[in-house]
Design a protein around this ligand. Sequence first.
Ligand SMILES: [Zn+2]
Length: 82
Amino acid sequence: MKSLITCPRCDHQGIIRAIRIKRLDRIVNVCDECDALWLVPVVENPVCGTDFVDFNSFLQELGIAVDPKEWEPVDSHEARTI
Ligand SMILES: [Zn+2]
């Protein structure tokens, strides 16, 4: 059975999922509840900017629209590789 990784930033309301940003061909791990993009292995009491960044801000900094067409889920490794 797969064990899902939940997100400490939002008190484990969300599940962290691997998604691929198509134009970067880069896989990132994003919480499906609070949109935290995890930069490091999930830690309790995470610090914004160090442990995670806001997914929308991350996209905007790279000049990518906040549009679900820009990314796709990566089913094969659901946040197993954080
Ligand atoms: Zn979260």
